[in-house]
Design a protein around this ligand. Structure first.
Ligand code: FES
Length: 120
């Protein structure tokens, strides 16, 4: 899916797109000053926003396969937990996560990264 420019909304939140514009089990890429951010939607209609660069060698996670709470990188099949941003063992690495929410059927993104959930 092609990158999508953002528009500024109130406060820290950026209005991204209608929720329906993110394909089920797919992703939408948002170009930001911090690099590309991939917003995913899983089969339970949960949305996640992570840096669109695999912690292994920078593969485009947005082109990966979403299953449950993980995405499989299209390059070498690392699995990344979308909820915490960590690679699934035995692989090790982490992507930045960003707050994302759906309000009134519209997706909003904050570019203030969420803290890591595990120690390095
Ligand atoms: S770049 Fe993602 S698994 Fe290698």
């Amino acid at each position: 899916m092609s990158a999508h420019p953002v528009q500024t909304a109130s406060n820290d939140w950026l209005a991204i797109c209608p929720a329906s514009a993110i394909p089920l089990l797919g992703a939408r890429v948002v170009r930001t000053a911090l690099g590309n951010v991939a917003i995913f939607r899983n089969q339970d209609d949960q949305v996640f926003a992570v840096q669109d660069a695999c912690p292994h060698k920078g593969g485009p996670l947005s082109q990966g396969i979403v299953h449950g709470l993980t995405v499989t990188c299209p390059l070498h099949a690392w699995k990344i937990d979308l909820d915490c941003g960590e690679a699934i063992a035995p692989d090790q690495g982490c992507v930045a996560r960003y707050p994302v929410q759906v309000r009134d059927q519209h997706v909003y993104l904050s570019l203030t990264p969420l803290p890591r959930t595990t120690e390095t």
